[in-house]
Design a protein around this ligand. Structure first.
Ligand code: BGC
Length: 522
């Protein structure tokens, strides 16, 4: 036995502990943070295709939409204020996630969740009661601040709370709750759009109060993680809590490792500059490239603008919201496939299969839209079969994303960072994700207006680039304990030159100490 925990057959460490109802409860409550993120992703597209909402806040867009359908359909939604409404949230989330990292470290994960919940609530109320465009935008900025806090703290909370054997499943559970949030928002939009009097959008936007209250109240009853308590010097409290979480009395091995891990990471004075060291080059590269590519799949064009997009290609408001509900359901179902397959088929297989699937669909959708709308954006009569083909291929595309770049875009970074750089590297991943979510949201409608169907070919090009990148540079991480992850870089034809023997950091799994280094091939 080396250090804390005992070593099982394959050299992997094991701590006593089970999946207690207590830990399940805390993780389910904490994962609600993902639900709210998803709700926000799903709500804006539906609302911006409701005529009463457009007439009130974006009259120029509304007027363009009312004009004869023979005018240029690609440009009917091209409005800077409308895109500002959608994307302001992501910029706010980016800024607040950086602030949240300090709150989370100094005052605990729970407080960040509480802040997140309260900011969400206020933002949702301002949006629900909005009378002017500025109220809409201020409300969305507050929601964004809430998301920044929640997304910074919730994944950390889940990883620290979960028994290590179930950590992977609980992490993809976070992505699952994002997809459920998107679907719920789309279903609600569908029904609220039918409300007579045209005030349904108030319910859609104000509805964010419900999941926001859940996370606010939840954070008040949730305990803080043992890691966070130890970090803040509350050792005895942490030990008692760990016993309760794990459902066993003997937690001393894991506890000692947590103390050790906390000492080691506190010894790092400058986590950000540490990240720039040569031996962390592969990690830094992945921390930036994975979220960058995730957004360059173009998924959020569908998530934010599915109803707008379906309207553009000739569906009525009602039918287009319904189509968005269909894509939302496919998104949830395909995420379940990923949970099932990720440890059986491996990450690389899913990345490459999903990439190929997305590429084919993007080419077909571009061809369909191009054939009907041409370069001037005038569709003429749109037959039913045409609409069915487009929606089908968009669904196959969403499925491809939902079992590859969707969950893996969050899972892979979280499993490759050694403890000493984990939190800094994770912040980079979150920030890059938010920046590119923002950029895509900001320029999509203008791109649709200028590039027309060629827009889909731009994303298709990036899917080719990212698949080649994965094929050449991303090693398989399936079935490899996090604390042994160093071996995948050392045996890699390219990355081995950066990560030499003895050069690699401890590569500790969250909450495990370096004391087991002797047991592995480092
Ligand atoms: C992405 C989001 C996206 C969502 C779709 C997430 O992994 O980060 O940008 O909207 O998946 O399900």
């Amino acid at each position: 036995m080396a250090g804390g925990g005992f070593v099982v057959g394959d050299g992997q460490k094991a701590y006593p502990g089970k999946l207690t109802p207590f830990v399940l409860f805390t993780c389910v409550v904490a994962a609600m943070g993902g639900l709210i993120f998803g709700y926000d992703i799903g709500i804006s597209g539906g609302v911006t295709s409701m005529p009463s909402f457009l007439r009130r806040f974006f009259p120029s867009v509304y007027e363009k939409q009312q004009e004869d359908a023979t005018t240029n359909q690609y440009c009917q939604y091209d409005s800077p204020t409308l895109t500002l409404f959608t994307s302001s949230l992501y910029l706010a989330a980016l800024i607040s996630s950086l602030v949240a990292s300090t709150v989370t470290r100094k005052f605990g994960r729970r407080l960040s969740m509480l802040f997140g919940g309260i900011l969400f609530c206020v933002g949702a109320l301002i949006n629900g009661f909005a009378k002017h465009v500025w109220m809409l935008i201020v409300g969305r900025i507050l929601l964004g601040f809430g998301i920044g806090f929640a997304n910074q703290s919730v994944p950390l909370y889940l990883s620290e709370m979960a028994p290590y054997k179930y950590r992977g499943a609980l992490n993809i559970g976070f992505q699952l709750s994002i997809t459920i949030g998107i679907l719920v928002a789309e279903v609600l939009n569908y029904f609220f759009a039918k409300i007579k009097g045209g005030w349904g959008w108030r319910l859609s936007l104000g509805g964010a109060v419900v999941p926001a209250l859940i996370i606010t109240l939840g954070s008040l009853v949730l305990p803080d993680t043992p890691n966070s308590m130890i970090e803040r010097g509350k050792h005895e409290e942490a030990k008692t809590k760990l016993r309760r979480i794990r459902g066993v009395d003997d937690v001393s091995q894991e506890f000692d490792d947590l103390v050790q891990a906390s000492k080691e990471s506190q010894a790092i004075e400058h986590p950000w500059t540490n990240l720039l060291r040569r031996k962390y080059r592969p990690h830094l590269t992945m921390a930036i490239m994975i979220p960058f590519f995730q957004q360059l799949t173009g998924i959020n064009v569908i998530m934010f603008y599915a109803p707008v997009l379906f309207n553009t290609i000739g569906f009525t408001t009602d039918a287009s919201l319904m189509s968005a509900v269909v894509t939302g359901s496919v998104n949830v179902a395909a995420t379940l496939v990923s949970i099932y397959g990720v440890d059986k088929w491996g990450r690389r297989f899913l990345f490459l299969e999903g990439g190929t699937q997305m590429l084919i669909c993007q080419a077909v959708v571009a061809a369909c839209i191009g054939a009907k709308f041409g370069v001037d954006g005038t569709p003429g009569e749109l037959p039913k079969w045409y609409a069915i083909v487009v929606v089908t291929f968009i669904c196959i595309y969403v499925a491809g994303f939902a079992w590859s770049w969707g969950p893996l875009g969050w899972l892979v970074p979280s499993e490759i960072f050694p403890l000493e750089i984990r939190s800094a590297a994770q912040s980079i991943t979150v920030s890059v994700n938010m920046i590119f979510t923002f950029i895509i949201a900001q320029i999509f409608l203008t791109m649709l207006c200028h590039l027309k169907f060629g827009l889909f070919l731009v994303f298709a090009f990036f899917v080719v680039v990212m698949s080649i990148f994965v094929y050449i540079f991303l090693p398989e991480t399936k079935g490899i304990p996090i604390e042994e992850m160093g071996q995948v870089w050392r045996s890699h034809w390219y990355w081995s030159r950066f990560v030499e023997d003895g050069e690699y950091g401890n590569g500790l799994e969250m909450g495990k100490s370096s004391s087991n280094q002797g047991t592995k091939h480092v």
